[in-house]
Design a protein around this ligand. Structure first.
Ligand SMILES: [Zn+2]
Length: 72
């Protein structure tokens, strides 16, 4: 009977250890990229961040050169 009790305690110990092991697992890291508006250059089609884009009458451009090429 003592052996049975010992086995029960041992099994309980293993179960608790496994439960703890599962709980200790770190949560999956969720990568959230920094959301930034990307605009497309009307001249060359390159994507540029909105803060670097040059606004023209027809749309946005990557540089002043392309603004002048598209909108003379
Ligand atoms: Zn461009």
């Amino acid at each position: 009977m003592k052996a049975l009790l010992l086995l029960a305690v041992l099994l309980a110990g293993i179960w608790l250890w496994r439960q703890r092991g599962a709980a200790a697992k770190p949560p999956q890291p969720t990568k959230t990229p920094i959301q930034q508006d990307m605009l497309r250059c009307q001249q060359c089609g390159m994507h540029i961040p909105s803060n670097e884009a040059i606004d023209g009458q027809l749309g946005s451009y990557c540089c002043a050169e392309h603004l002048h090429l598209s909108e003379p």
